[in-house]
Design a protein around this ligand. Structure first.
Ligand code: UN1
Length: 507
């Protein structure tokens, strides 16, 4: 076992009674409902948070905007230095923070700590980037004219995060928003407020030490009313939302309607294709992490597996064996690979999906049962269904993997691309021309296209996100930082004459 729950909470300044869930530069009692964080292992309460109201969010927004009006003038490398200090402090508490993520979400300890590492990594990335968020100089067609492009801060970034990555995904936004000169206001998922409170406390300390306003990293725990207010507010320049396609459509429509900027990370329905020329041993191990890791609750989890008919039977046999060895249990115990589902509702979704598999002509190859007890445990499951079975067209956020046979790679690519989601995808092959077919224009239509690695567990250096109903947003690495900026084209005439573009004469 790792540290006791009490020690975890007290290191992070969380009390086991009621915690303040609003930080607008000062910690405040939330005047809204109470959110009680519940352990998915026991369904017993961990601690509670008093949530904010839309009116409290409005105050947080005003304070954050006022602080940002000064922060935008701080040179970007100096902002990067603040993010470096946040990185140091998060790393110092990574054991406690990782344990809290594990406790609150139900993911295993290694993945909880991994999530804090992901936050640390994006801070490193952002600190370096703070010296490289350059625009360009563009040749002007007019004599004595200078044309340049610059990236300025947007203003205020609203972050609505999901339960399954309560730290890292918020961190992708916070680190990039901060080095680009923005303030953030964060509404965490209703079931994981404690992680958000703990991280906000850590960042507040760093801001304070740098004599910066804490409201640059504001927090308003709350429900749908707070989220909707954020989406509607003209004062929130970018809304970065992670969650279901259904809620994302509502948030997206509201924000688009006021011409706010959007960053959407919605559902995935990710597939692995194993071709007949793949390293089978490697592919089995990858599938196990991809489908069972985080108990199937990553947006990058593999939900569909397409096996070449020549290796199908052998592969299924080996994967079923690997599933049988997975230890299910308390995610804070050593040796456990699969923790509980996050909520009882998720267990209901699992049961319904298994029923649907049977109704739709599929078979359960391993697993398929709810494990009785106080926690939300289920058996990781492999089913055999036709690739076009309705149950395989939707994202069900549980560890169910649907396996279908394919005749060749082309058929695998067709099936991979046939769903409405477009987040992540992987091909296992040792043939170089297959690699380029898969990554080429007629290959996978997803935002993340892998070869010989799982669909999940992306590094922070690449842009993360997907196409179609996944929402189109890109977070984390590469040039995702540009989304937190307003882009400016400036043309400066130092010629003393007034030549017009396109050669127009106007006199
Ligand atoms: C998510 O599930 O919302 O690639 C994010 C991954 C992680 C991030 C997942 N780096 O699985």
């Amino acid at each position: 076992a790792y540290a006791s729950h009490k020690a975890i909470l007290s290191e992070l300044g969380i009390v086991d009674g009621m915690n303040q869930g609003v930080f607008d530069g000062k910690w405040k009692d939330g005047l809204g409902a109470v959110q009680t964080s519940v352990s998915p292992v026991t369904n017993e309460s961990i601690a509670s948070v008093s949530c904010g109201t839309p009116a409290q969010l409005q105050t947080a927004i005003e304070n954050a905007r006022a602080a940002q009006a000064e922060f935008r003038l701080m040179p970007a490398p100096k902002r990067g230095e603040v993010v470096r200090q946040i990185r140091e402090r998060l790393a110092r508490h990574s054991h406690a923070l990782g344990s809290l993520v594990s406790l609150e979400v139900g993911k295993i300890y290694a993945e909880g700590v991994g999530e804090i590492q992901e936050y640390v990594d994006i801070c490193d990335f952002a600190t370096g980037l703070s010296r490289a968020i350059n625009g360009s100089v563009i040749p002007s067609e007019r004599p004595g004219h200078f044309m340049m492009e610059q990236y300025h801060p947007l203003g205020l970034v609203g972050v609505i995060s999901a339960f399954n990555f309560p730290a890292a995904v918020a961190g992708w936004n916070v680190a990039l928003a901060m080095i680009t000169g923005n303030a953030t206001v964060w509404k965490p998922a209703p079931s994981t407020p404690l992680t958000a409170v703990a991280i906000t406390k850590i960042i507040h300390k760093v801001l304070d030490e740098n004599k910066l306003s804490g409201s640059l990293h504001s927090l308003v725990c709350g429900g749908a009313d707070v989220g909707e207010y954020m989406a509607r507010s003209q004062s929130v320049d970018l809304v970065s939302f992670t969650g279901s396609t259904e809620v994302g459509r509502t948030v997206g429509t509201i924000v688009q309607n006021r011409f706010g900027k959007l960053l959407l990370e919605l559902g995935g329905n990710n597939a692995i294709i194993v071709n007949d020329d793949a390293d089978i041993e490697l592919a089995v191990r990858a599938c196990l992490f991809a489908a069972v890791g985080t108990a199937g609750q990553r947006c990058t989890t593999t939900r569909r597996l397409f096996l070449h008919e020549k290796i199908h039977d052998e592969f299924v046999e080996r994967l079923v064996k690997a599933y049988a060895q997975v230890k299910i249990g308390d995610p804070l115990q050593e040796g456990i690979l699969c923790g509980p589902l996050h909520t009882k509702t998720a267990v209901e979704h699992y049961v319904k999906a298994i029923e649907a598999v049977k109704q739709q002509g599929g078979k359960v190859l391993v697993g398929g049962k709810v494990i009785p007890g106080p926690g939300n445990f289920v058996e990781p499951t492999i089913t055999s269904v036709p690739a076009d079975a309705p149950v395989a067209q939707h994202e069900v956020f549980v560890p169910i993997l649907h396996v279908s046979k394919i005749k060749n790679l082309e058929e695998g690519i067709k099936f991979n691309n046939s769903v409405r989601q477009g987040l992540s995808s992987s091909l296992f092959t040792s043939n170089i021309s297959n690699v380029f077919k898969w990554t080429g224009p007629a290959g996978s239509d997803c935002g993340i296209v892998n070869v010989n690695i799982p669909t999940n567990g992306a590094e922070i250096g690449g842009a993360f996100g997907g196409e179609k109903e996944t929402g189109g947003g890109r977070e984390s690495g590469s040039d995702s930082w540009k989304q937190y900026c307003r882009r400016q084209t400036a043309t400066i005439n130092y010629s003393g004459a007034l030549p017009l573009a396109q050669g127009i004469k106007f006199e």
